[in-house]
Design a protein around this ligand. Structure first.
Ligand SMILES: [Zn+2]
Length: 500
């Protein structure tokens, strides 16, 4: 057990209430042990200092090595490793699957997330064979967990890092530096910020959430407003963010019932604007849709409240990455098989389709993502609705498709085939041949993939069709399972410093 000063102060404050609840809590703890298992409960029993956290993360990665990998994304000012856990059935391997992440304890005096994320990893390790949501996260995506972004601040229970910098004001700011200017560090960032920037740039994360304390709400971009005023600042993906934040809030035990924030969500600048925040940078420079989650009205909630916080958030923590990765549009971009003479080939003779790192644009949303160069896959979080989506790449004819993202969370899929400029397509029918084992290995697709492309003007008329029959993989609707338990309120206290 560590001396976490904030927790102790809060605990003293709460003494009468806690005594009153002691029996309830003991029963609750036993229930947790039964429901989650002892390894999960251990992560929710106390706050671990850096040494303890590091030892537990190593131990977890050893015990759960089939689905968990431990790695460091860099070091803090005082030299502490920024340890991350990757949860996947192929941890450490580059796959066509989406990546998502959770980051906690960016503010040193907001510690609960660091225990919650270790508990989440333990829970996924224990439950991935018996819970559909956990099974799908492990089988179909890579979930990365950074329990502490600010280990130095935690050790002395302060908000900033060892140099006193608030890390959620330390990212290149789009309003100060422009959208192009944020792509590179300004040169003044702290080591923790630079490590996270590198991680985001290299990780191709689809979505993320940063865990904070000081309110109970799901906050989404923009955090800053152009005129520095306190008012709603919508980013191009406002609808998708509102959708994802609402999804989190409604899967949480009580967030959506907030008296302060309608629906349990808020636009960052409408609450209070800030500049240099992590979520806006994730969106602009990392093409990663990040929420800032405020999970406890009190900062530094006593360790005794951790099991309750975990129970309140578990369903939402599972649903959010699945909804972001699979509930919008996911797809594939391949080069249309061609041959100079324009002669048709049998499928068995067809050249292997080449994945293309095409730009993916949604009409009306000024935000471009790029399909992965290795696999040609992309994951585009979107709110339910109908969209015109274009895949384009230099040297190829662009292709546009109309896709409908259903409201049930199962997502839309589309495979684009881009014809090289001046080329002629060859007919390819039947996906089993050539390179279509790729989507077969790529559990993200739950149904048949059907694509269609045609020869460019001037070429020989030819049609390109394929289908890869895929069996449904886990329940897509698992992401939308209702929140567990009934609404429970964490004791609320007067708010102190800014939350996010
Ligand atoms: Zn915070």
């Amino acid at each position: 057990m560590i001396a976490f000063p904030g927790a102790r102060v809060a605990a003293d404050h709460l003494q009468p209430r806690l005594q009153e609840r002691a029996l309830v809590r003991r029963t609750f703890r036993q229930h947790q042990d039964m429901e989650y298992g002892p390894t999960v409960s251990a992560a929710l029993a106390e706050y671990w200092n850096y040494t303890e956290l590091e030892a537990h993360m190593h131990d977890l990665a050893r015990r759960c090595s089939d689905v968990v990998r431990l790695y460091s994304i860099g070091r803090s000012v005082e030299g502490r490793e920024l340890w991350a856990l990757e949860v996947s059935d192929a941890p450490g391997r580059l796959e066509a699957e989406p990546n998502a992440k959770y980051v906690a304890n960016m503010h040193g005096d907001e510690p609960s997330g660091r225990q919650l994320l270790v508990a989440l990893a333990e829970w996924l390790c224990v439950h991935h064979r018996r819970d559909a949501r956990a099974g799908r996260i492990v089988a179909d995506m890579h979930l990365h967990l950074l329990p502490t972004m600010n280990p130095d601040g935690f050790e002395v229970n302060v908000r900033g890092n060892a140099r006193g910098t608030d890390l959620n004001r330390d990212f290149p700011d789009p309003i100060e530096r422009g959208a192009a200017g944020v792509q590179r560090p300004s040169g003044n960032e702290q080591p923790e910020t630079l490590a996270v920037m590198d991680w985001i740039r290299s990780g191709r994360f689809v979505a993320s959430a940063s865990l904070h304390e000081g309110a109970v709400v799901a906050n989404y971009p923009w955090d800053g407003s152009e005129d520095r005023g306190t008012h709603y600042a919508a980013c191009p993906d406002d609808a998708a963010y509102v959708h994802l934040a609402s999804m989190y809030a409604s899967a949480h035990a009580s967030m959506a019932a907030s008296a302060e924030f309608p629906g349990g969500i808020t636009n960052g600048a409408a609450w209070y604007p800030l500049w240099g925040g992590m979520q806006d940078w994730n969106y602009l420079a990392g093409k990663c849709m990040e929420l800032t989650l405020e999970l406890s009205a009190a900062k530094g909630p006593p360790a005794a409240l951790l099991p309750q916080l975990f129970a309140d958030n578990l369903a939402a923590l599972l649903a959010f990455p699945l909804a972001a990765a699979f509930g919008g549009l996911r797809g594939l971009v391949m080069e249309a098989p061609t041959e100079p003479g324009g002669q048709r080939r049998l499928a068995a003779q067809a050249p292997k389709p080449r994945p293309l790192p095409a730009r993916i644009d949604v009409l009306g949303i000024n935000h471009t993502i790029v399909a992965s160069p290795e696999f040609g896959v992309f994951y585009r979080p979107l709110a339910p609705g109908t969209y015109n989506v274009t895949a384009s790449l230099d040297g190829h004819e662009a292709a546009t498709a109309t896709v409908s993202v259903p409201a049930d969370g199962s997502g839309a899929q589309h495979a684009f085939s881009l014809v090289p400029l001046g080329a002629v397509t060859a007919a390819v029918v039947g996906g089993a041949a050539s390179g279509w084992d790729l989507p077969r290995r790529f559990g993200a697709f739950g149904g048949p993939i059907v694509g269609k492309g045609s020869a460019p003007a001037g070429g020989l008329p030819a049609q390109l069709r394929w289908s890869a029959g895929l069996s449904p993989h886990h329940g897509a609707t698992a992401a939308w399972e209702a929140a567990i338990g009934s609404a429970r309120q964490i004791a609320s206290f007067a708010r102190r410093a800014p939350a996010r």
